[in-house]
Design a protein around this ligand. Structure first.
Ligand code: XUL
Ligand code: MN
Length: 350
């Protein structure tokens, strides 16, 4: 018997960085830049309603702009979003590019660099509010160490918690969404898993406003199963967003197309999200996928539409998955039988 449930209409999002020039550290870029301002017009036609931003995706050259110029820039983007029918999902401070963040921002050993990180974070919150988003994503890129002795890890974790509390105090409706990643660019990142993020949430001044964004590849890089990571966050009602993509083993962060490396793991992510009713409160299904360097075209968008298509196919597989059969196999503890059922279901045999 299949479950009878009100079906959620999913909303999808990605960020402008997902339409890229094909850069990697070993050679020049392989495509021209598709103008940033022209990207807005692509979202809806590709099937996406939400847009994710870094602070300087909203306001380019942010370092050289005054507070009023920053707000003026943000207002312009707000108008574009309204015209294109787009929803700003979140803004993330890009804390991994500047000279001041070479060794991290919030956890830098330099007080001046920590001040810079906080100022940049404030700017990101101002931008988020101005464009109509209440969500600040913290991907803690360089908050970690290359060698363990370089930083006081306990102090670093205290500093990260202090920063979260500062954000919560700075604006009483902003939410902090932590996107954990275990490594790259650092050797060992602080807050490597959603468990760490959820612990910080409970330790913060406003646990209801501190949540997580789980990226498939990041969980896999930590040697964890992304669907179990999602389930953990869902069990604590702390899954604010996802970055679906894929990863082929423990190497650099690949951001491959969703399901392209491990279809069954992708099925399980959709299954866990769907059975928890993820999306029923408007949460987005975000995709953080990279175009292959070998792909021609300007703009390149097939990686986005392919991943979206795979998500929809897997959603059908989840919705036609026989949970009655699953329950019977579980009751009999016949996991061999259950596994074969899952495999045949995925292969279209049952
Ligand atoms: C980095 C990553 C980022 C964040 C947003 O690995 O996934 O793109 O999603 O800054
Ligand atoms: Mn991501």
């Amino acid at each position: 018997m299949c479950r009878v449930k009100t079906q959620i209409t999913h909303r999808f999002s990605f960020g402008p960085w997902n339409i890229s020039e094909g850069a990697d550290p070993f050679g020049p870029e392989v495509r021209g830049a598709f103008p940033h301002e022209k990207k807005y017009a692509l979202f809806r036609s590709l099937g996406f309603e939400g847009i994710q931003f870094h602070d300087d995706d909203v306001v380019p050259d942010i370092e050289n702009k005054s507070p009023s110029q920053i707000l003026e820039g943000a207002r312009k983007v707000k108008t574009i979003l309204a015209n294109e029918g787009l929803v700003p999902e979140f803004v993330a401070p890009r804390l991994w590019f500047a000279g001041q963040t070479v060794d991290g921002g919030f956890t830098s050993n330099s007080a001046a660099d920590r001040d810079y990180a906080w100022e940049r974070t404030q700017k990101s919150i101002d931008i988020a509010k101005e464009i109509g988003s209440n969500s600040l994503v913290l991907w803690l890129a360089r908050e970690g160490s290359y060698i363990r002795e370089a930083k006081d890890a306990k102090l670093s974790y205290e500093r990260i918690l202090d920063t979260i509390n500062r954000v919560l105090e700075y604006d009483d409706s902003i939410e902090v969404w932590i996107e954990p990643k275990p490594n790259e660019p650092t050797d060992q990142a602080y807050v490597p898993t959603i468990g760490h993020a959820v612990a910080l949430s409970y330790a913060s001044q406003a646990p209801d406003r501190v949540k997580g964004l789980i990226e498939t590849a990041h969980a896999q890089l930590a040697g964890l199963d992304p669907s179990d990571e999602m389930a953990f966050a869902l069990a604590h009602d702390k899954l604010a967003s996802v970055h679906l993509n894929d990863q082929n083993g423990l190497k650099y962060d690949q951001d491959k197309n969703f399901g392209s490396s491990n279809l069954r793991a992708a099925f399980n992510q959709v299954r866990v999200l769907e059975s928890a009713g993820y999306g029923s409160r408007g949460e987005f299904i975000g995709l953080d996928v990279k175009a292959m360097r070998t792909q021609k075209g300007l703009p390149v968008t097939d990686h986005l539409t392919s991943s979206l298509r795979v998500f929809h196919h897997l959603l059908e597989k989840v919705r036609s998955y026989d949970t009655g059969k699953e329950a019977a196999f579980r009751k009999a503890r016949d996991y061999e039988g259950l596994e074969l059922y899952v495999m045949e279901h995925l292969m279209g045999i049952s």
